[in-house]
Design a binder for this molecule. Structure first.
Ligand SMILES: Cc1cc2nc3c(=O)[nH]c(=O)nc-3n(C[C@H](O)[C@H](O)[C@H](O)COP(=O)(O)OP(=O)(O)OC[C@H]3O[C@@H](n4cnc5c(N)ncnc54)[C@H](O)[C@@H]3O)c2cc1C
Length: 475
């Protein structure tokens, strides 16, 4: 059950002032507060005192101004799909739900850019763009908001070719902790003026400001698209193929690994005819028909050299959509392996030359732990996920977190990072010092205090020493 920590803050005056601004759109209803007490993670739930459903930048700014004056914590909430306890309002206070800010404000086809409100999802944006021959490529496997993607510095299957959200944002409108609204960046593709405030807010997890509007780069839908599935008797062959394809400079649009456990789950959940429960790579190639045919030919040659048993192509849109829907549903497929259990997802990343070591060592660690876990990931970037089923026994969560720590240790030992795309939240705070060093963390803290001197924005996240009474990462 969520822990009710209401009453610890002077929030009642903020709620009544906010009611004058938002009317019924600020709610203290228990069901609504419970929906905002957690994300898709294994951290303990904490109820906010109230949830405000904001509809524009000015409302966000005015609410922040009220909370700043009263010293009340504020947690931004997009779709709540984050995986490390990011949206848990550890000191209660007000949760700002941005999911009603769903307007696509402007599309400039000639400049290949657009402006959206923070609550727009990538699926909604791509449906809006479809008739204009343009698309937005950053594609986490969840129905999340573009504001949330900016705040977590998200990526997805296309990042190997099109970059992460960081590479696709032109500028932001941000409400600061004290209620000021600022604009960062602009519409040009590059600029060398001033500090790069846009990149400062990307990945700041709602701790430096609340993003309300976003300018995005768009891309032309490629003339030819071909997908392929390639299967291997050994996991090592699949990973070696990835490394060789990347080192050969083949401009793959997507290259995704699913190990044998994930394939078992995905075949059962998504029905993938013709594919066996063995390590598999899903590819996608974009370009002109001639360029794509050449990319496919060289990739198949490399895969066969690494021991691939079969390599099947799909050019028709329906077959491709099915393959990628199955990949995006991998998390739900893994969850269905043991109905009723929760999942802990690790998100390590290593330099591409160390990927084989990292994946094989992680596979061994999963086997040695006695837990059920799958490996999958956006391996073209060196990023892989371990999806660990949390056993229902009393020590199940602690065992799953111990395995997560082992896998992070493997990645850090190989010059990697504890998170390629999911972010820090609560779950990865303990690794920040090992990864960045004390001095770099001190600079990050100085930035936090300059922009949020009263510490109201998403407290208890990112910094390892900001512990709190409500939530502890299971150690
Ligand atoms: C099935 C599944 C698959 C996933 N696959 C991927 C993947 O492939 N790649 C990937 O990167 N992630 C993935 N994720 C993780 C998650 O979807 C991303 O982290 C996503 O970017 C979170 O967006 P959201 O709208 O749900 O944000 P939330 O979970 O609501 O919030 C996340 C964080 O951002 C802050 N925040 C939200 N909106 C704003 C805003 N407008 N301004 C300031 N701060 C804000 C919140 O306070 C919180 O700290 C997956 C999750 C699931 C459940």
């Amino acid at each position: 059950m969520p822990e009710d920590m209401g009453g610890a803050h002077p929030v009642d005056s903020v709620i009544s002032a906010a009611r004058k601004l938002l009317g019924e759109r600020i709610s203290t209803n228990r069901n609504i507060r419970e929906q905002h007490a957690h994300g898709e993670d294994t951290q303990p739930h904490v109820l906010p005192d109230a949830v405000a459903f904001v509809e524009n930048s000015e409302e966000v700014a005015r609410l922040l101004g009220l909370c700043h004056s009263a010293g009340v914590p504020v947690t931004a909430f997009g779709a709540g799909t984050s995986l490390e306890g990011h949206v848990t309002p550890v000191l209660s206070g007000i949760t700002l739900d941005l999911s009603r800010m769903r307007r696509v404000l402007e599309v400039n086809a000639a400049d290949m850019d657009c402006f959206v409100e923070a609550g727009v999802t990538r699926q909604q944006l791509n449906a809006h763009l479809r008739d204009q021959g343009l698309f937005f490529p950053v594609d986490p496997g969840s129905e999340c908001t573009i504001g949330g993607m900016c705040a977590t510095r998200a990526s997805g299957t296309n990042a190997v070719r099109y970059g992460t959200i960081r590479d696709n944002v032109l500028g932001l409108t941000v409400a600061l902790a004290d209620g000021r609204l600022i604009r960062t960046g602009g519409r040009v593709r590059k600029s060398s003026t001033g500090y790069d405030l846009t990149r400062l807010f990307i990945g700041s997890e709602g701790t430096l400001g609340v993003i309300t509007e976003i300018g995005l780069r768009l891309h032309g839908i490629p003339e030819a698209i071909v997908s392929a599935a390639c299967q291997f008797p050994m996991l090592s062959g699949a990973v070696e193929t990835v490394v060789s394809v990347m080192q050969a400079g083949i401009p793959v649009a997507r290259i995704e690994l699913l190990d044998e456990v994930q394939m078992r789950a995905s075949i059962a959940y998504s029905n993938l005819p013709g594919l066996a429960e063995i390590p598999t790579l899903f590819f996608e190639f974009h370009g002109t028909p001639v360029a794509v045919a050449e990319q496919v030919r060289v990739t198949e040659e490399i895969a066969r050299d690494c021991g691939a048993e079969r390599f099947t192509q799909a050019a028709d849109a329906e077959a491709r959509a099915h393959l990628w829907k199955a990949r995006h549903d991998a998390y739900w497929a893994a969850l269905a392996l043991q109905p009723g259990c929760r999942i802990l997802t690790a998100d390590a990343i290593v330099p591409i030359s160390r990927l084989t070591e990292a994946v094989l060592a992680s596979r061994e660690a999963i086997t040695a732990s006695g837990l059920t876990g799958a490996i999958l990931g956006h391996v073209g970037d060196g990023n892989f996920h371990t999806v660990i089923i949390v056993p229902s026994e009393p020590d199940g969560l602690a065992r799953a977190w111990a395995l997560d720590r082992t896998i992070v240790g493997i990645a850090l030992g190989l010059g990697g990072s504890c998170s390629g795309e999911h972010g820090v939240g609560i779950g990865k705070r303990q690794f920040l010092e090992a990864e960045h060093g004390q001095e770099a963390l001190a600079v990050m803290r100085a930035i936090k205090s300059a922009l949020d001197p009263r510490g109201i924005l998403n407290p208890g996240k990112i910094f390892p020493d900001q512990t709190n009474p409500g939530v502890i990462a299971v150690a």
